[in-house]
Design a protein around this ligand. Structure first.
Ligand code: DX5
Ligand code: ZN
Length: 223
């Protein structure tokens, strides 16, 4: 499949949110990536339902909701109601992950599971057939603008091998420090969804950055 690009709203200008939403609407981006942080699972608080609903009202592309919160089960249906197309929960925040994934699917959403940098992809071996997407954190969750962790490539390759023959349509999303230098290598390793926050929103011409990420070829030789 052609890979997807999901600009992370966390890096948008919240004083000019509608302008930044329009920028994404009229760009080649595929999804809006929306980071929800609760100040407990991660050492930062982002925003909640009022902002998500406002975003949903103006966004013309699906909302890819990344929950960095403890006990996400309590809020799944509320996120669906607020406009989420995908809901990704953290492996580290879910005691009954299988149940949580089924609940997301029952809502009609794409079900994603996120892994922190220290969490091996092998923990998903017994649930890989049941999930639609794995989000590999390529920075520690909580903040935008951090440095990309190199071990991510190895994790993508391991995950790709694990999903082979068992979940060929698995979406592999990379979140944190993505830019035009690592994007070709991430796609080459097997990623098919790229999240980018600061790389897009701090650029003078963000739509060109998005187009550039969309145009990255998949067939580069491994460097
Ligand atoms: C980090 C968030 C990311 C973040 C990415 O906890 O999950 O989605 O917004 O931002 P950049 O691309 O700036 O690292
Ligand atoms: Zn995210």
């Amino acid at each position: 499949m052609k890979h997807l690009v999901a600009p992370s709203v966390l890096a948008a200008d919240f004083g000019n949110l509608q302008r930044d939403i329009e920028m994404v609407n009229t760009s080649e981006a595929d999804w809006f990536h929306v980071d929800i942080m609760d100040g407990v699972f991660v050492p930062n608080i982002s925003f909640g339902f009022p902002v998500l609903e406002a975003l949903s009202k103006h966004a013309k592309k699906p909302l890819d909701v990344h929950l960095m919160i403890v006990d996400p089960d309590r809020y799944l249906s509320q996120f669906k109601k607020a406009g989420a197309a995908t809901i990704t929960v953290h492996y580290e925040a879910c005691t009954h992950l299988h149940r949580t994934v089924q609940a997301i699917k029952d809502l009609g959403c794409i079900a994603g599971v996120a892994l922190n940098p220290h969490t091996p992809v092998s923990v998903l071996d017994d649930i890989i057939e049941d999930i639609d997407m794995v989000l590999i954190m390529s920075v520690n969750p909580g903040f935008g603008g951090q440095k990309f962790i190199q071990n991510t490539y190895r994790k993508i390759r391991t995950l790709k091998a694990m999903a082979s023959g068992r979940n060929e349509n698995l979406l592999i999303e990379i979140d944190g420090g993505v830019n035009s230098e690592n994007a070709p290598l991430l796609l080459k390793a097997g990623a098919n969804v790229l999240v980018a926050g600061n790389f897009v929103f701090s650029a003078a011409e963000p739509q060109k950055i998005i187009s550039g990420l969309k145009a990255v070829p998949h067939n580069l030789m491994q460097v």
